[in-house]
Ligand binder design. Structure first.
Ligand code: HEC
Ligand code: HEC
Length: 156
């Protein structure tokens, strides 16, 4: 169902589904990593934004009216790069130690829990990439794919 929705959405926008020549549309879902920039843009509109909006709204109703491409991409929308991580998302602490210290703020902890349990795994799954694991998948998707990090304090 889910894959079907993706491929149907892409087929509306991408001529590459089936080759059209033999008149037999055989939709092949394109993996995110193999998508062109334009396909990624369409995938974000059709799949990522609506699904992530639901997730963010369940956490805080304000996202009903505010959630947009800018929520994640910041200035990358206006400049057309959609580059991630985005400097307009609050930077995370620069070291593990500082991260644990920041968790003492209940608001930071509440957000982090939401990110850890919902946003991070869902985004990785939408992009069909493994989640970061220091041993198994050190190149995997992590908080740092969306957030920049502060300089560790004490660095000159
Ligand atoms: C919930 C966060 C989120 C939202 C909302 C979101 N994106 Fe993305 N977008 C990402 C992430 C994460 C990536 C992949 C970054 C990576 O490869 O590590 C990405 C990648 C992209 C890329 C590919 C960039 C490249 O260099 O290949 C485009 C284009 C894009 N997004 C456009 C959009 C558009 C247009 C919207 C609004 C319709 C949107 N995004 C909404 C998180 C988001
Ligand atoms: C798909 C992109 C994405 C990923 C992955 C992600 N975040 Fe976020 N995070 C966001 C966005 C977008 C916001 C800000 C929403 C806003 O400004 O309304 C945010 C906000 C936060 C905030 C609140 C910041 C503040 O001070 O307002 C914290 C804390 C946070 N994230 C921690 C994390 C942690 C920890 C991880 C990894 C477990 C993580 N995030 C992974 C996109 C992401």
């Amino acid at each position: 169902m889910f894959m079907k929705r993706i491929s149907m959405a892409l087929c509306l926008l991408v001529a590459a589904c089936g080759d059209g020549a033999d008149g037999e549309p055989t939709p092949e879902p394109v993996a995110y990593k193999d998508m062109s920039f334009e396909q990624r843009e369409a995938f974000m509109y059709d799949v990522v934004l609506p699904q992530m909006k639901d997730t963010f709204v369940a956490f805080d109703a304000k996202y009903e009216t505010t959630m947009s491409c800018e929520t994640c991409h910041g200035n990358g929308v206006a400049d057309g790069s959609f580059a991630m991580p985005s400097a307009q998302i609050a930077p995370l602490p620069g070291t593990e130690e500082e991260f644990y210290a920041a968790l003492e703020d209940p608001e930071f902890a509440r957000w982090s829990e939401f990110m850890l349990e919902k946003v991070w795994p869902q985004m990785a799954s939408l992009l069909q990439v493994p989640v970061y694991d220091p041993e198994a998948t050190p190149e995997g998707f992590s908080c740092s794919n969306c957030h920049t990090h502060e300089e560790p304090s004490g660095t000159p």
